[in-house]
Design a protein around this ligand. Structure first.
Ligand code: FES
Ligand SMILES: [Fe+2]
Length: 371
């Protein structure tokens, strides 16, 4: 007997997870000796690159009296607060100078730190590690180093193309993420003659399996009712095309398509900016269509269309969400959304108790829906 759950009422929780890497800005926007003011998980940051081009991220707040540092003087190495001129090393935040101290005042200024974050460049983006909130007394502490490396796009050959797309959405991270993994909105939001229409709705069956911190839609042959995939099969002269889609906490969706020697991968993140605002970044790498001059543009066009449709939809949804409606998640189409909330809860519980995270999925599951 198929399980027929009652629709589950669920209030979204806008909690943002700390202890992870987050995408912050596309790398090409950040030049040497320049300062950028950004917000990530409601945290004000100042971002830049030193003289050698190495990126850094500091909390945009002077530990002395809270002055934003983004308006300060930056010499490519140290950043000077515009209020009283305290200077900080941009890479470790350590205080280098307090101009008001007299020669006989021996304050240990090297014990003072501006809030600072691990910051790295990967696949065309700057990423910042947002640690768990520190103990009181921060201002005198060195930063927490991330345990995990920065997420990286899977690549299957030395030569490939890279492109990215970005859209801001006026909804919480949770709505951004469940909107991204929701299979049932496709025929209604993403209609296009070259993709699919409402008439092409049919029953789908997909296998899912648990993976650490997330779940995977197991390798499968993509939807036969979409023209691009039919084209791809022809072009790659491949007997089989397989797609694997993973979601892992806190906000990462990866998709890998392989067709013979050709491949396409993407790493999409939904980044919480504030509680009611998130940003979606799709970064894709591929060796498909390399010899077709308009290939990348075509791909970008298709993707841009999708992302814009999602953005527009969420913008309108945000109007409805203003009135704090109860929400419901149904089986099976909203099961991935339920897993997301359960994963998040399990992660937080494991953190609270210090124990192992209890994965919400006991094993592989097959979901069915029409789309
Ligand atoms: S507030 Fe920054 S030096 Fe005083
Ligand atoms: Fe979508």
């Amino acid at each position: 007997m198929p399980e027929l759950d009652l629709p589950q009422r669920q209030a979204t929780d806008t909690l943002m997870l700390t202890g992870f890497w987050y995408r912050v800005l596309s790398a090409d926007r950040v030049q040497r000796n320049q300062l950028h003011k950004v917000t990530l998980l409601e945290t004000p940051l100042v971002l830049g690159r030193d003289r050698l081009g190495k990126p850094f991220a500091l909390r945009d707040s002077c530990p002395h009296r809270g002055m934003p540092l983004n308006g300060g003087k930056f010499d490519g190495e140290n950043l000077e607060c515009p209020y009283h001129g305290w200077q900080y090393d941009v890479h470790n935040g350590q205080c280098q100078l307090i101009p008001s101290l007299t020669a006989d005042q021996h304050m240990k200024i090297d014990r003072i730190y501006a809030g600072n974050y691990a910051c790295e460049e990967q696949d065309g983006f700057l990423w910042v590690f947002i640690p768990d909130p520190g103990p009181p007394g921060a201002g005198f502490t060195e930063r927490t180093e991330p345990r995990e490396p920065v997420p990286e796009i899977a690549k299957f050959s030395d030569r490939y193309k890279l492109a990215y797309l970005q859209a801001e959405m006026p909804v919480s991270i949770d709505h951004g993420i469940i909107g991204l993994m929701d299979p049932a909105h496709g025929p209604f939001v993403h209609q296009a003659w070259w993709w699919r229409t409402q008439k092409s709705i049919h029953e789908k069956k997909k296998d899912f399996e648990p993976i650490p911190n997330g779940f995977r839609m197991s390798a499968h042959t993509p939807s036969s009712n979409s023209a691009p995939y039919r084209l791809l099969r022809l072009y790659a002269e491949a007997d089989s095309i397989t797609t694997t889609i993973d979601f892992v906490l806190p906000n990462i969706r990866t998709e890998t398509i392989r067709a013979g020697k050709y491949w396409f991968s993407s790493l999409t993140t939904v980044t919480p900016i504030t509680r009611n605002h998130c940003r979606i970044d799709v970064v894709a790498a591929w060796n498909l269509f390399r010899w077709i001059p308009f290939g990348p543009e075509l791909l970008k066009f298709v993707f841009a269309k999708f992302v814009e449709q999602d953005r527009r939809t969420m913008e309108i949804q945000a109007e409805g969400l203003k009135h704090n409606p109860h929400l419901m998640l149904i089986d099976d189409a909203d099961r991935p959304a339920k897993w997301y909330f359960q994963l998040k809860a399990a992660h937080l519980e494991a953190k609270r108790t210090g124990g192992e995270m209890k994965h919400p999925m006991a094993g592989p599951v097959t979901l069915k829906w029409r789309s």
